[in-house]
Design a protein around this ligand. Structure first.
Ligand SMILES: [Zn+2]
Length: 238
């Protein structure tokens, strides 16, 4: 029994340590995306390519919320084949050079519209709030039933919440694109491009992003089509 408690304490401390690290965005980027390095001065990707990404960001910003011109910054990462674009609580939009190379200009603008939709809707802050709420609930229940801390239900709830947020961002991004003179077809072309990437089609339960078919349907119908969820906790965003 004592051995069990010791293991629990050790695991909890390790979790706290990892949780703490998440406050450093560069560490957390490297943790979730593996072998990547920020493009710095002297790197080719810090020059022209980063300026192109910045131009794609500014295209959406100027057409939709010009009062925030200059706020959102492009940040590129040298990777070893990973495709990612993301944004966090800072007004920065991160993209891997591999994904940048794979996209056409219109698709790049579509990615930036999606990430800017997360920013404008404060999704990173909301997600952080949900994560810490779940974390606190875990700690409280730990007093009664220690094994609840490892309960997969929370991961499932976080993933379901994340899928709703992704779909909201997709729908808003299409509006941003249209306001900037681009089309729904540009966004659908991006989704199809993602579907063609390894593991890009997504899934419906244990995943942070909706299945690509659901995303395409949501964009075409302009509504969140994720109304069937398998978990008890419901973090619907509407
Ligand atoms: Zn997203």
């Amino acid at each position: 029994m004592i051995q069990k408690v010791r293991t629990l304490i050790a695991v909890s401390l390790a979790t706290l340590f990892l949780f703490g690290c998440a406050s450093n965005p560069d560490h957390s980027m490297k943790r979730s995306h593996g072998d990547i390095e920020s493009c710095g001065s002297g790197d080719n990707c810090a020059g022209g390519p980063t300026r192109v990404v910045q131009r794609a960001i500014d295209t959406i910003v100027l057409a939709n919320f010009p009062e925030r011109a200059g706020l959102y910054k492009a940040r590129m990462w040298k990777d070893s084949g990973q495709n990612f674009a993301l944004t966090s609580t800072n007004p920065e939009i991160h993209i891997s050079t591999t994904l940048y190379m794979a996209l056409s200009w219109n698709e790049l603008v579509a990615v930036m519209a999606h990430e800017l939709a997360h920013q404008e809707e404060n999704h990173p802050q909301i997600s952080a709030g949900v994560n810490s709420t779940i974390w606190l609930a875990d700690k409280a229940s730990w007093l009664i039933t220690p094994w609840l801390i490892f309960s997969p239900a929370d991961e499932l709830a976080k993933a379901a919440f994340s899928r709703h947020v992704e779909m909201e961002a997709d729908i808003l991004a299409v509006q941003y694109l249209e306001n900037a003179g681009y089309t729904e077809a540009d966004y659908l072309s991006l989704l199809e491009r993602i579907a063609g990437m390894e593991g890009g089609t997504g899934c419906r339960v244990w995943c942070t992003h909706p299945h690509i078919d659901d995303r395409i349907q949501a964009v075409k119908e302009r509504r969140n089509v994720l109304y069937v969820e398998t978990n008890k906790k419901d973090f619907r965003t509407e």
